[in-house]
Design a protein around this ligand. Structure first.
Ligand SMILES: *[C@@H]1O[C@H](CO)[C@@H](O)[C@H](O)[C@H]1NC(C)=O
Ligand SMILES: *[C@@H]1O[C@H](CO)[C@@H](O)[C@H](O)[C@H]1NC(C)=O
Ligand SMILES: *[C@@H]1O[C@H](CO)[C@@H](O)[C@H](O)[C@H]1NC(C)=O
Ligand SMILES: *[C@@H]1O[C@H](CO)[C@@H](O)[C@H](O)[C@H]1NC(C)=O
Ligand SMILES: *[C@@H]1O[C@H](CO)[C@@H](O)[C@H](O)[C@H]1NC(C)=O
Ligand SMILES: *[C@@H]1O[C@H](CO)[C@@H](O)[C@H](O)[C@H]1NC(C)=O
Ligand SMILES: *[C@@H]1O[C@H](CO)[C@@H](O)[C@H](O)[C@H]1NC(C)=O
Ligand SMILES: *[C@@H]1O[C@H](CO)[C@@H](O)[C@H](O)[C@H]1NC(C)=O
Ligand SMILES: *[C@@H]1O[C@H](CO)[C@@H](O)[C@H](O)[C@H]1NC(C)=O
Ligand SMILES: *[C@@H]1O[C@H](CO)[C@@H](O)[C@H](O)[C@H]1NC(C)=O
Ligand SMILES: *[C@@H]1O[C@H](CO)[C@@H](O)[C@H](O)[C@H]1NC(C)=O
Ligand SMILES: [Cu+2]
Length: 615
């Protein structure tokens, strides 16, 4: 019969279309990276890193399962570059991860690199330069992975991606930071805070509809609070991990973190509502009188109605009580991982080294880049790849066994908070103190409090997972993940200033499996050649004796004995209880560089301590 034949045809066509729809496709972006001029805050024209002559940069959008190819040409002329696709696991494609001297050579001016990988994740990500601290010059933007199967797809009508960031008027290289003139390591103060690379913007909304807002802090330093007047929302994703839809009203979004939230509009179209962002002024050593910390943008229900400024009732950002990300439950109900096979116990310190400048250390090491990218050392070291010595002392290498459960305990010996990011994984958030909320700064005034494995609050049954997690001032966090992604993965503070100071380390996960599975494309070797960086050898560039590290790049020497925490720091980190007894004495505390009225931020000056006698 005609009707049934037609029906069959329709179904056949539908099936074909569906087949095409689910077929993974290749999405290709050609990025010609050049300098352009922009003035996003309306205050200052500056040179920014543009792509194909444009800034704001293009948002990368793919569907889950797609092959993403980004051909990047470095047309900057005077600066090396790269791209890290933040949050992408690069499972099987470690060489596409992006950080210079970790998984690739820097791309020098005039040369090109191709990134090519399969996206098998969902959610909200971003991409940014990961060479010589280049992303604060504007080289960062959203990367969205659409998922036709997301459990919340039928819960919203439209979506918006929104970045927020701090903004500097000076070029990165013109900012003096790690220098003896700045012994307390006071971070450069931004000149502005942007909302989606502009200000005063209106999101056009329709009454009754629900919107998915993908919020991404693409800044280099400062976390921001986010809320919408008279509206609550439901969190459905953090850092690419779906969560049970959870009601919240204020978020704290550190640099590199992402939140997707569902917001349902009111039925009335009489008013427009402020979307409020407030910079976390606790991170700032000084607050210039002309720096605007908070901004109003709008949910615009009605173009012709007033666009009122936010009514901010708190005096200080830290009086806003944000939602605690640790309380989120992942939608996939992945359970708490078992006891770890490997525990990495670390403490953050900020210290003056011998040149008088302030550095950041994990235990006693300030990350210093090797002469050969660590992944290239893995690929050329043969069986010695499992010996962490070949990666040098100052990359702070740690070799992980394949499929080990790894726990990282991160204690904070510093009075500032630090958003730590792990490449290649997300991780379970199993403990943190103090928690987000009114007690977040509780440890900031006294001595640091270290994690005590025999006395901690209960671990969640279904711990929240994300890829960037904030370490509280003088507190700690504990995270777990499975080493099921062979590769070289950087673990570092995402405050770009702190990374410059050395706040990072290198995890070399299953090196023999990396060698088996990975083929670094010729193009990436060509990039090394063009930049004059060796693509073989140990961290010191020795291709003959991988255990001979002479000539390796070293961190700046310790201050001379008598002045210094050398040795004592080493002793302290190996013994957590000694840490509690350590006395912090400010060497440079009286230098007056840090504003005295920073009530909660303890001095970051060199810590000279004596370990307690029971250590
Ligand atoms: C990149 O853009 C610059 C400036 O527009 C142009 O001179 C150059 O030829 C472009 N390079 C490539 C590889 O497209
Ligand atoms: C935003 O609005 C303020 C006044 O409300 C104005 O001073 C400023 O120039 C505007 N900035 C931009 C980038 O539009
Ligand atoms: C990207 O990788 C895929 C899978 O390895 C390969 O088939 C394809 O040719 C690559 N494309 C480019 C442009 O390198
Ligand atoms: C990614 O999406 C799939 C399908 O929607 C879902 O089953 C999976 O749990 C998601 N992954 C994460 C980490 O949320
Ligand atoms: C934010 O900026 C990006 C890039 O310019 C743009 O694609 C996106 O639509 C903007 N989002 C909103 C909510 O306007
Ligand atoms: C808007 O109207 C719909 C339909 O009448 C109703 O279900 C909904 O609760 C209303 N929303 C609000 C926020 O009042
Ligand atoms: C929009 O706002 C104007 C000014 O307040 C008001 O006169 C108008 O009725 C509103 N329009 C709608 C559709 O609510
Ligand atoms: C909000 O901005 C105004 C104007 O710059 C400032 O006076 C106020 O202290 C800020 N409030 C917060 C909580 O940042
Ligand atoms: C365990 O930790 C709690 C909270 O930090 C503390 O009050 C208590 O004294 C600790 N107990 C022991 C036995 O150390
Ligand atoms: C990487 O892929 C392997 C399968 O090839 C899988 O077992 C593992 O869980 C993946 N790891 C991550 C972090 O995606
Ligand atoms: C750090 O401490 C360890 C253990 O005491 C020591 O072997 C190593 O040389 C120290 N590293 C630095 C850079 O001082
Ligand atoms: Cu930091």
């Amino acid at each position: 019969m005609v009707t049934s034949a037609a029906g069959l045809l329709v179904r056949l066509v539908a099936a074909l279309c569906f087949f095409q729809y689910v077929q993974a496709k290749t999405v290709t972006y050609d990025f010609n990276v050049t300098w352009v001029t922009a003035n996003p805050d309306g205050l200052y024209d500056r040179k920014v890193v543009g792509i194909n002559g444009q800034w704001p940069l293009p948002v990368i959008e793919v569907d889950k399962g797609d092959q993403l190819v980004v051909n990047m040409h470095n047309g900057l002329g005077d600066k090396r570059a790269s791209i890290h696709f933040h949050g992408m696991f690069q499972n099987g494609t470690n060489e596409m991860d992006g950080p210079s001297m970790v998984t690739q050579c820097p791309v020098s001016p005039g040369s090109s690199i191709t990134y090519n990988f399969t996206v098998n994740q969902n959610g909200t990500y971003w991409y940014h330069c990961h060479t010589d601290y280049c992303y604060p010059d504007g080289y960062r933007q959203a990367l969205i992975v659409h998922d036709k199967d997301a459990y919340f797809n039928d819960m919203y009508d439209e979506e918006y991606a929104i970045t927020m960031s701090d903004w500097y008027h000076e070029m990165i290289e013109d900012i003096t930071f790690i220098d003896k003139s700045n012994p307390t390591g006071a971070e450069p103060i931004p000149n502005a805070f942007l909302f989606n690379d502009t200000l005063n913007s209106s999101l056009s909304v329709e009454p009754g509809k629900t919107y998915l807002l993908r919020l991404i802090n693409v800044g280099a330093f400062v976390a921001q609070y986010f809320y919408i007047e008279d509206h609550t929302f439901k969190i459905v994703e953090i850092d690419g991990v779906y969560t049970d839809a959870t009601e919240a009203s204020i978020l704290y979004i550190s640099v590199a973190q992402r939140y997707s939230v569902l917001v349902t509009m009111k039925n009335s179209t009489e008013k427009n509502y402020p979307i409020v962002t407030v910079a976390d002024s606790q991170l700032l050593d000084t607050i210039p009188s002309d720096l605007r910390l908070n901004h109003t943008n709008w949910l615009e229900y009605n173009k012709t109605a007033a666009h009122p400024q936010a009514t901010i009732t708190v005096a200080d950002a830290s009086d806003l009580i944000p939602f605690d990300d640790m309380s989120l439950v992942p939608h996939d109900r992945m359970e708490l991982l078992p006891e770890a096979d490997l525990v990495i116990d670390l403490t953050v310190y900020m210290e003056n080294l011998d040149n008088g400048a302030d550095y950041a250390l994990l235990n006693n090491i300030s990350y210093t880049r090797p002469k050969v990218p660590t992944l290239f050392t893995v690929m050329s070291a043969g069986e010695l790849a499992t010996n962490s010595e070949v990666y040098g002392d100052y990359t702070h290498p740690m070799v992980l066994g394949h499929n080990q459960v790894v726990e990282i305990i991160l204690n904070n010996g510093d009075g500032g908070s630090h958003p730590f990011h792990l490449h290649g994984h997300n991780f379970q958030l199993i403990n943190r103190a103090p928690a987000y909320g009114e007690h977040f700064y509780d440890y900031a005034d006294g001595d640091p409090v270290a994690y005590d494995p025999s006395n901690h609050t209960a671990f969640p049954k279904y711990p929240a997972r994300r890829d960037t997690f904030v370490l509280p001032p003088q507190g700690y966090f504990v995270i777990r993940f499975v080493a099921d992604n062979p590769g070289v993965w950087f673990f570092h503070c995402h405050i770009d200033w702190h990374l410059q100071q050395g706040l990072g380390m290198t995890l070399i996960e299953a090196p023999l499996q990396i060698q088996e599975r990975l083929t670094i494309p010729q193009n990436h070797y060509d990039v090394c050649e063009a930049s004059g960086v060796q693509s073989k050898g140990n961290a010191a560039g020795n291709t003959v004796d991988y255990l001979d590290l002479s000539g390796q790049n070293k961190q700046v020497a310790w201050l001379p004995a008598g002045f210094t925490a050398k040795g004592i720091v080493a002793m302290v980190f190996s013994c957590v209880s000694a840490f509690l007894g350590m006395a912090f004495i400010s060497v440079y505390g009286a230098s007056g560089i840090k504003m005295a009225n920073k009530k909660r931020k303890t001095e970051k000056a060199a810590a000279e301590g004596s370990a307690s006698t029971d250590s």
